[in-house]
Design a protein around this ligand. Structure first.
Ligand code: NAD
Length: 278
């Protein structure tokens, strides 16, 4: 399946945590014979969030494991998507190692300052959430598109179901992800002439450390247990279960491959039917 992805070069942001969606994407692309660039924050100490970030050790271990297992070229590179300076440094390392990029997965994401309603939300936390989730996609795409122009390519932005359905007390995340969906559509129109397709994926509930952290936070906030929160969530999903990072990675591979050659500007839900749209 997706044999056209062999020897393609794929850059994935937010791929530095073994439990995460980005790492599952890296594994899937490596399995299909693509060369992978694992880009992540890498310096958890300065992140200033409640969540963990990918560390340099973890990124290097992922790159080595997939390189050895699938015989593809891999690179682990530090980047903070809120900083054009670190993105510039990442691109220098990428250019030193690869001649082009064929596929970009803008997957890094975070949320700060939750739970809070709009009237109590800390302004710095609000801005920081946008800076990672929305402006990060803009910055990294701006840096990468020149390396795609000659041969065309595919860009896959990880948005969220929360970008389509209001997520309460997590407003900055929801609104920033809605922005990612519109940014995807603008980019798809602008880049179609360069043979670059741009799509967003909108995961619902996917079992990663971000999702576990969310259940813990909700349980604390509502005075229930993590198990109770997870059970309630599953009851709201027609398929009755939380999804896996691998299931999101399968969609990314489809959107990167020629199997989706006429698909651009779409925001595709992966949510076990939790959201159904006409
Ligand atoms: P995760 O925390 O494992 O992955 C997020 C990654 O982004 C981490 O590796 C983190 O280090 C990285 N990151 C955060 N800030 C960064 C920065 N400034 N620069 C570079 N890297 C940074 O969580 P995940 O669940 O795998 O999330 C991956 C993506 O999927 C995110 O965009 C998230 O919003 C989105 N998403 C997840 C779910 C879910 O249920 N897990 C649902 C919808 C959307």
């Amino acid at each position: 399946m997706h044999t056209d992805l062999k020897d393609k070069v794929v850059l994935i942001t937010g791929a530095g945590k073994k439990s995460g969606i980005g790492c599952a994407m890296a594994k899937k692309f490596a399995e299909l014979g693509s060369h992978i660039i694992i880009a992540d924050y890498g310096n958890a100490k300065n992140f200033n969030a409640d969540m963990e970030t990918g560390t340099m050790d973890e990124m290097k271990s992922i790159a080595k494991e997939f390189g050895d297992q699938y015989h593809v070229k891999t690179l682990a590179v530090n980047v903070d998507v809120t900083s054009s300076d670190t993105i510039g440094k990442m691109m220098t390392r990428v250019r030193d190692n690869f001649e082009r990029i064929d596929i970009l997965c803008n997957n890094a994401g975070a949320t700060f300052g939750v739970p809070n309603g709009i009237h109590t939300y800390d302004e710095t936390a609000w801005m920081k959430t946008f800076d990672v989730n929305l402006h990060g996609v803009f910055r990294v795409s701006k840096a990468v598109v020149p390396m795609m122009e000659e041969n065309g390519g595919s860009i896959i932005n990880t948005a969220s179901r929360a970008g389509k359905v209001p997520a309460l007390f997590n407003g900055a995340y929801a609104v920033s992800k809605a922005g990612v969906i519109m940014l995807t559509k603008v980019m798809a129109k602008e880049l179609a002439g360069l043979n670059i397709r741009v799509n967003a994926i909108c995961p619902g509930q996917i079992m990663t450390s971000l999702e576990k952290w969310r259940f813990e936070l909700e349980a604390k906030f509502l005075g229930t247990s993590v198990e109770e929160q997870e059970k309630k969530m599953c009851e709201s999903i027609p398929m009755g279960r939380i999804g896996s990072p691998d299931e999101v990675a399968d969609m990314a591979a489809f959107l990167a491959s020629d199997a989706s050659s006429y698909v651009t500007g779409q925001a595709i839900n992966i949510c076990g039917g939790q959201l159904m749209e006409l």
